[in-house]
Write a protein that binds this ligand. Structure first.
Ligand SMILES: [Zn+2]
Length: 183
């Protein structure tokens, strides 16, 4: 992994945390590779794809998840590609909450208060900034008719997506721990 990759990744991590790491951490590529090596392979690829815009990693994740789906559900690979995309896309490109435009905070106008003082947590997304991607949109990504999606794929895909969120979160906390040690 290159130094450029690491600086982009740390910048992205700062964005998502909203906090720095207490100074600029000095990291070697081995630090990052080491931090991610113990994580689930899908989490590793996902973090590369999502936070380092690593196109090769996202292609690999897509292919491997499609193979897994094809194997588990006995459907052909091309169909599984569509379903895999519908599971991966919402995790890599989460929809923004409409209420707070993805900030997680709303700023009601209050007389005599500064904008910072009147900020409060967005209730619609509970401060996550994330919006919902509809099942209809997921079906469209999977290129499956909405009724078939609803009857045969919705629950299965939701579990796959949950798995991706979980491995992402575990990869990020490992990376975070490693980055703060290195700082
Ligand atoms: Zn919101």
């Amino acid at each position: 992994m290159s130094a450029e990759w690491i600086s982009r990744l740390t910048a992205k991590m700062r964005q998502i945390d909203g906090v720095g790491f207490g100074g600029s951490p000095v990291l070697t590529s081995q630090d990052v590779a080491g931090a991610l090596a113990g994580t689930h392979r899908h989490g590793y690829l996902l973090v590369l794809a999502k936070y380092a815009d690593d196109n090769a990693a996202s292609q690999l994740l897509w292919r491997e998840l499609a193979q897994e789906i094809s194997h588990e559900r006995g459907c052909d690979y091309e169909k599984a590609r569509g379903i895999a995309l519908a599971c991966i896309f919402p995790v890599i490109h989460p929809a923004h909450c409409n209420q707070c435009q993805g900030r997680g905070l709303i700023f009601p106008r209050t007389k005599g208060k500064s904008i910072e003082d009147s900020a409060r947590k967005c209730e619609r997304c509970e401060g996550t900034g994330q919006g919902e991607i509809s099942e209809r949109q997921r079906a469209a990504m999977a290129r499956i008719p909405p009724t078939t999606w609803h009857d045969s794929w919705k629950d299965y895909a939701a579990k796959k997506e949950q798995h991706l969120w979980a491995v992402e979160s575990s990869a990020l906390s490992r990376l975070r721990a490693q980055l703060s040690d290195a700082a």
